[in-house]
Design a protein around this ligand. Structure first.
Ligand code: R5P
Length: 282
């Protein structure tokens, strides 16, 4: 078996190769003078199993993934598994308005053309897996997040909305701590409000855990609310840290004590490594 990391996920591929004891597949990825991408595998993959790791965010990583899949398929690999740490376009998972593209489905159909199996890390909704025409499964980094939060002596977990409650409940059960959720109302893509709900957070170390921090609006409002109710420390934690625009500034302004994400998207906040979770289901 070979592990083939795309440019979005080189560190994770290295980590996965180390944990699984499988070799990394060397490749050349560069751009032509006009900006088009060039991909070449530097080893033969005929009759080999190949695991490709690459995000579908931002857009240029989608092209790279499709070209990596093509190179592996042209090389007559036996089995191609695609691991997508962050499945970009996952939030457009249905038609919210007439005439819209269902982006999560469109992308899944293209990826399915040259792969035998796909793994998505913490997809926005589980039903996205059904958009693939090949076996698809999700990989949940709950154990890795729980271990991290235990070290931080977190006493209680909060979901910023009901949709994030299941993940929070699983992590809280692994940690043996209490959990609850906030009531979020989204006004538009940039504005959310938290309904007031009385929580037992006074003088406690709390972590708010979500799948994505994008503009930071959801998390900042949740942090503000918990601080207002007397929490002593509040950590903002997510699987996928996009941190768009002034997201970090918003969290700091809300007096967030720590920001942490997994390493599905690399940043200075990607403190929780999850290659071990992927290695368990390869
Ligand atoms: C929403 O359903 C997601 O779980 C996140 O809460 C959301 O994507 C976060 O977005 P933002 O950081 O822009 O509030």
């Amino acid at each position: 078996m070979y592990i083939l990391g795309g440019t979005s996920s080189e560190d994770m591929a290295r980590e996965l190769a180390k944990i699984s004891g499988e070799p990394l597949l060397e490749r050349e990825i560069r751009r032509f003078p006009d900006g088009e991408l060039y991909v070449r595998l530097l080893k033969k993959v005929e009759n080999e199993d190949v695991v490709i790791i690459q995000n579908t965010y931002p857009d240029e990583n989608i092209i790279e993934l499709l070209l990596l899949q093509d190179a592996v398929s042209e090389g007559n690999a036996k089995n191609v598994m695609v691991v997508i740490p962050y499945y970009g376009y996952g939030r457009q998972d249905k038609q919210f308005l007439d005439g819209e593209a269902v982006s999560a489905k469109a992308l899944a159909q293209h990826i399915s053309l040259k792969a035998d199996r796909v793994i998505l890390v913490d997809p926005h909704k589980e039903h996205i897996l059904n958009f693939f025409s090949i076996p698809a499964q999700s990989c949940s980094p709950v154990e890795e997040i729980a271990n991290y939060l235990k070290k931080k002596k977190v006493e209680m977990l909060l979901a910023p909305d009901k949709g994030a409650l299941e993940r929070v409940e699983t992590i809280a059960n692994l940690m043996g701590c209490e959990y609850d959720y906030l009531e979020k109302k989204r006004i538009d893509a940039n504005t959310v409000v938290m309904e007031t709900k009385s929580l037992d957070v006074k003088n406690k170390i709390i972590a708010i855990v979500d799948d994505i921090i994008s503009t930071g609006g959801t998390m900042a409002k949740a942090v503000e609310e918990l601080k207002r109710q007397g929490a002593s420390r509040v950590l903002a934690v997510c699987t996928h840290g996009l941190f768009i625009g002034n997201a970090i500034e918003k969290l700091e302004k809300a007096k967030c004590d720590e920001i942490a994400s997994t390493d599905t998207i690399k940043s200075k906040y990607s403190k929780i490594k999850i290659a071990s979770a992927i290695s368990k289901i390869l």
